[in-house]
Design a protein around this ligand. Structure first.
Ligand SMILES: N[C@H](CCC[C@H](N)C(=O)O)C(=O)O
Length: 293
C-alpha cells in the first residue's frame, strides 16, 4: 500500500507522521513495526497519526504507536511535532490546537520562536492508575512523596523508583551521572518488570541544581531514545515532589533541552504540567508498506 509520510523530530525523538484526515490506511501492528524499522522500513521511535476530530471539543485525534507496533496513550515530543505538522500542512489555521489522545485532551501552542508549548494535563500518582503493583513493598518517604524499593531481576540491591503516569506509565530513578547510568542494562529489566502490568518507561535523572537536570529514558516499546517528552515531565514532577527541584526545570536530554513547569506544590497535585521544546520537519516521502500480519 502506497503511504505518504512526513519524518519529524522533537529534541531527537523521531517520528513518522501519517495523515489520515482524508483516508484511513488501516495499518496493523506488523506494518507499524515495519515502518519504524531503521533497516527495512523508514525508521522512527514512534508513528504519529493525524485523524479528524472525534468531537467538536477538539480539533484532531492524535494516535501514537511505538516502534514495537503497540498503540500507546501519550507522546509529549510527538505532540509538539503534531501541531507543527497540522499547521504547516494547512490542516488548520490555528496556532493553538486541542487534540484527543487515548489518555485525554492535550492543548498544543505554536510559539513565535518555533518552539511548541504543550499542556500535558495533570500527573497521576495512584499506583493502580499507572498501573503499578506495590504489594509487599515498603515505601521510602522523601519530600512530600515516596519512592519504592524495586526488586529488579539480576540487580543485587533494590532500586529506588518514583512511579507516576503522564497518561503513560513512568518509573524515575535518580543517578549521580547519566553518562554512567546503566540504561541499557537496567532499562529493559525495569521496562518489563512484573510490577508494571502495561510495562513502563524508565527515566534516569541526574539533578544538577534545583532548576536544571539531565535525563536519559529507556522508553517502553522503543528502547533508549534521544529524548522523551512525557519522561521529562514525569522526572520533573517526581523531582519536585521528592524535594530535589523547583517548579520550572530545564531538562537536558541527549537530543536537546525541554523546559518543564509544574506548580503542583503551590496549586495542588492536580495542576497541569507544561512542556516547551522544539519540533522540526526532516523530510517527506512516500513508502510502499508491504502486506504483513
Ligand atoms: N514510549 C512511550 C510513548 C512515547 C513517549 C515519548 N516518545 C514522549 O515523547 O513522551 C510509551 O510507551 O508510553
Amino acid at each position: 500500500m502506497r503511504v505518504p509520510f512526513t519524518k519529524m523530530q522533537g529534541a531527537g525523538n523521531d517520528f513518522i507522521v501519517l495523515d489520515e484526515t482524508r483516508q484511513r490506511y488501516h495499518l496493523n501492528p506488523a506494518q507499524y513495526r515495519w515502518l519504524a524499522d531503521r533497516h527495512f522500513g523508514v525508521g522512527a521511535d514512534q508513528i504519529l497519526t493525524v485523524r479528524p476530530a472525534p468531537s467538536p471539543a477538539v480539533d484532531f485525534e492524535y494516535v501514537i504507536h511505538n516502534a514495537d507496533g503497540g498503540e500507546v496513550e501519550n507522546c509529549g515530543n510527538g505532540a509538539r511535532c503534531f501541531v507543527r505538522y497540522v499547521h504547516d500542512a494547512g490542516l488548520t489555521p490555528k496556532r493553538c490546537v486541542r487534540v484527543a489522545t487515548r489518555s485525554g485532551v492535550l492543548t498544543l501552542q505554536l510559539q513565535d520562536d518555533g518552539r511548541v508549548t504543550v499542556d500535558m494535563g495533570a500527573p497521576v500518582f495512584e499506583a493502580e492508575r499507572v498501573p503499578f503493583e506495590p504489594t509487599g513493598l515498603t515505601p521510602q518517604p522523601e519530600g512530600d512523596w515516596l519512592r519504592w524499593p524495586l526488586d529488579v531481576p539480576g540487580v543485587a540491591a533494590p532500586v529506588s523508583v518514583a512511579v507516576l503516569s503522564m497518561g503513560n506509565p513512568h518509573a524515575v530513578l535518580r543517578v549521580d551521572d547519566v553518562d554512567a547510568a546503566p540504561v541499557a542494562d537496567w532499562g529493559p529489566r525495569i521496562e518489563g518488570h512484573a510490577r508494571f502490568p502495561r510495562r513502563v518507561n524508565v527515566g534516569f535523572m541526574q539533578v544538577l541544581d534545583r532548576g536544571h537536570a539531565r535525563l536519559r529514558v529507556y522508553e517502553r516499546g522503543a528502547g533508549e531514545t534521544l529524548a522523551c517528552g512525557t519522561g521529562a515531565c514525569a522526572a520533573v514532577v517526581a523531582g519536585i515532589r521528592l524535594g530535589w527541584l523547583d517548579e520550572r526545570v530545564d531538562v537536558a536530554l541527549r537530543g536537546g533541552v525541554l523546559t518543564i513547569e509544574w506548580p503542583g506544590l503551590r496549586e495542588g497535585l492536580a495542576a497541569h504540567v507544561r512542556m516547551t521544546g522544539p519540533a522540526e520537519p526532516v523530510f517527506t516521502g512516500v513508502v510502499d508498506v508491504p502486506d504483513l500480519h
